[in-house]
Design a protein around this ligand. Structure first.
Ligand SMILES: *[C@@H]1O[C@H](CO)[C@@H](O)[C@H](O)[C@H]1NC(C)=O
Ligand SMILES: *[C@@H]1O[C@H](CO)[C@@H](O)[C@H](O)[C@H]1NC(C)=O
Ligand SMILES: *[C@@H]1O[C@H](CO)[C@@H](O)[C@H](O)[C@H]1NC(C)=O
Ligand SMILES: *[C@@H]1O[C@H](CO)[C@@H](O)[C@H](O)[C@H]1NC(C)=O
Ligand SMILES: *[C@@H]1O[C@H](CO)[C@@H](O)[C@H](O)[C@H]1NC(C)=O
Ligand SMILES: *[C@@H]1O[C@H](CO)[C@@H](O)[C@H](O)[C@H]1NC(C)=O
Ligand SMILES: *[C@@H]1O[C@H](CO)[C@@H](O)[C@H](O)[C@H]1NC(C)=O
Ligand SMILES: *[C@@H]1O[C@H](CO)[C@@H](O)[C@H](O)[C@H]1NC(C)=O
Ligand SMILES: *[C@@H]1O[C@H](CO)[C@@H](O)[C@H](O)[C@H]1NC(C)=O
Length: 490
């Protein structure tokens, strides 16, 4: 059984340059849709950062979140940089997850957020280490390596005995804030079926160096303080120029296929918060962050809601992301999310000043588009799959890659690169193609996300413009399916 991202093929030919132009203008635009959910980096690998957050630091936007590629569950934090939110360069792990760290206890350290302290010129990383609380690390670079402080941050002592949970840290006008939830596993109100736990949302100021909280907290809740207010998690927030606090969140449902999308708004931390439900199911996702983007025309800011979303299904590593600008009414309220599958959101914004990165995929001569409605499919144990294309230029092939994630694969997956005369011949009896090379992979050579693998080990194949090329993808694997790790959804 193998998972493949439907027909993503990346091909590059030697001697032929890449097509990435340097960024000369600070203005950029991007079109997001509700159906194009997988993100890839410039090398064609799936962006492996869940519960992600994006900040503009120096000349690029940095996207970071928990990696699921190595173990199938949260393991370390990866970061990516991009000046235009389209060409993402993989920047590695924020710390080495293979060496002992305060994150070992839960293997990941969830919902990472980074704030920049302009006084100390330090990037401060916050992450949730489970019952240990929030761990804090510092670095001189937004992509690390981060060094963890020896002590976790302290929160308002009234929550002693409760578990610090999802959170976000942000800075506004030189002040740092944390919005966080605390989990109560022992609430007498827990139901036999639902809810198993309660969690409430709070906001505190950070200390001037952004590595701790000031221990005073304010409750983020509607006056109703109903079950919705007591199940809030995965928050992010911002403060407008006039000092209005906006907190966005979802209900309890980690990385799942939809939960209530919430907005809370107040003119000061200790005021009564207005609550709005923005969508009953967050367009089949769970909020992971709010990304502020400055308009190129003026100082106006678009606030982009983004969530961890299906595709994903049973494996978090197969999750995608959806993005859409929040629409504000003149009274400061927010319109419902637009979950229509036909929705498209074209946002113009000030891009980072760094030049665009390029990689194997962004400079490939022939390939499937980076932005398309890809889905995870799970059928290569039943079928031999073929993908074909026509060489658009003459040259020699450096590599042909395809996105495939690990599953059982006790029978190695074999890919063969070939040339053929015509589609009529290809499927005719007794036709033999010209083999250019092959490669095979067992499960341990693959990762738990849609990383690329090279589909041919031949590195010296000369092709002419117009040649018909293809690869086959075979690995009939009749081993019992490992339902715990990967489930094929019929
Ligand atoms: C943290 O603790 C280790 C030993 O546990 C020590 O070597 C290190 O100096 C400490 N770091 C700080 C910043 O206190
Ligand atoms: C945060 O503050 C508490 C209480 O003042 C202290 O015990 C703890 O060591 C501090 N943590 C960090 C990371 O500075
Ligand atoms: C917040 O307001 C309440 C009254 O509405 C007051 O009792 C409380 O002390 C205030 N808290 C802070 C930290 O200002
Ligand atoms: C997610 O939920 C929607 C209903 O809100 C459903 O149509 C869809 O099939 C679900 N997707 C998965 C992968 O479970
Ligand atoms: C800030 O502006 C929003 C509208 O953008 C308005 O709803 C809110 O009342 C304003 N707050 C203050 C303190 O003026
Ligand atoms: C998005 O908007 C920008 C600026 O208005 C425009 O230049 C660009 O062509 C639009 N993109 C699409 C795909 O419509
Ligand atoms: C490379 O390809 C050849 C066939 O073209 C095959 O015999 C060999 O096993 C392949 N090597 C690897 C490492 O896949
Ligand atoms: C998978 O391939 C690697 C590298 O070729 C090899 O070391 C390993 O033994 C293989 N595992 C299985 C289960 O075949
Ligand atoms: C590559 O192929 C050409 C002929 O197509 C041959 O002359 C050359 O020696 C080959 N190079 C290598 C490194 O195999």
């Amino acid at each position: 059984m193998h998972w493949t991202a439907s027909a993503l093929l990346l091909l590059s030919a030697a001697l032929l340059g890449g097509g990435v132009e340097a960024s000369s203008s600070p203005a950029s635009s991007i079109v997001w849709t509700n159906t194009q959910r997988f993100l890839f980096d410039v090398d064609g690998n799936q962006i492996d950062a869940y519960g992600s957050k994006i900040n503009l630091f120096q000349g690029s936007y940095y996207l970071y979140g928990n990696s699921f590629s190595t173990t199938g569950s949260a393991f370390g934090i990866k970061s990516y940089s991009s000046p235009d939110l389209k060409h993402w360069k993989y920047e590695g792990f924020l710390y080495d997850p293979t060496t002992p760290s305060p994150c070992d206890a839960i293997g990941g350290c969830g919902r990472p957020h980074i704030v920049f302290n302009s006084e100390s010129k330090t990037y401060v990383l916050w992450a949730n280490a489970g019952s240990a609380g929030y761990i804090v690390g510092t670095s001189t670079s937004p992509s690390g390596p981060f060094t963890f402080l020896n002590q976790t941050a302290a929160i308002d002592p009234q929550f002693d005995g409760l578990q610090p949970a999802d959170f976000a840290v942000e800075t506004f006008n030189g002040k740092g804030y944390i919005v966080f939830s605390v989990l109560n596993f022992r609430s007498p109100n827990a139901g036999s079926i639902w809810p198993p736990i309660f969690q409430t949302l709070h906001i505190s100021e950070l200390t001037p160096d952004y590595t701790n909280t000031t221990l005073t907290s304010y409750r983020v809740t509607s006056p109703a303080m109903d079950l919705i207010d007591q199940e809030t998690e995965s928050p992010d927030f911002f403060v407008t120029e006039n000092g209005t606090f906006y907190v966005f969140a979802s209900n309890t449902c980690g990385y799942c296929n939809g939960s209530i999308a919430l907005m809370y708004r107040a003119n000061s931390l200790n005021a009564t918060w207005d609550r709005q439900i923005l969508s009953g199911y967050s367009c089949n996702g769970q909020l992971e962050g709010i990304l502020p983007l400055q308009s190129p025309q003026n100082k106006a800011i678009d606030y982009i809601w983004h969530s961890t979303s299906v595709p994903g299904g049973p494996r978090t590593g197969f999750s995608g992301h959806i993005f859409q600008p929040l629409q504000f009414a003149s009274d400061g309220s927010v319109h419902d999310l637009n979950c229509a599958s036909s929705a498209a959101f074209n946002v113009s914004f000030v891009s980072g000043s760094d030049s665009l990165p390029s990689g194997v995929a962004s400079s490939a001569v022939d390939g499937s588009p980076m932005f398309a409605d890809y889905e995870a499919v799970c059928d290569s144990d039943q079928f031999t799959l073929y993908q074909t294309w026509q060489a658009s230029q003459s040259g020699s092939i450096k590599s042909v890659s395809v996105n495939v994630a690990s599953s059982v694969q006790t029978v190695p997956l074999t890919m063969t690169l070939f040339k053929f005369n015509s589609y009529q011949h290809l499927t005719a009896p007794e036709y033999k193609w010209t083999t250019y090379g092959s490669a095979s992979y067992n499960a341990s050579a693959l990762t738990f996300v849609f990383d690329t693998v090279v589909a041919s080990n031949s590195s010296n194949v000369t092709v002419s413009k117009g040649d018909l090329l293809g690869y086959s993808f075979a690995g009939a694997d009749f081993a019992p399916k490992d339902w715990g790790r990967t489930r094929c959804v019929a």
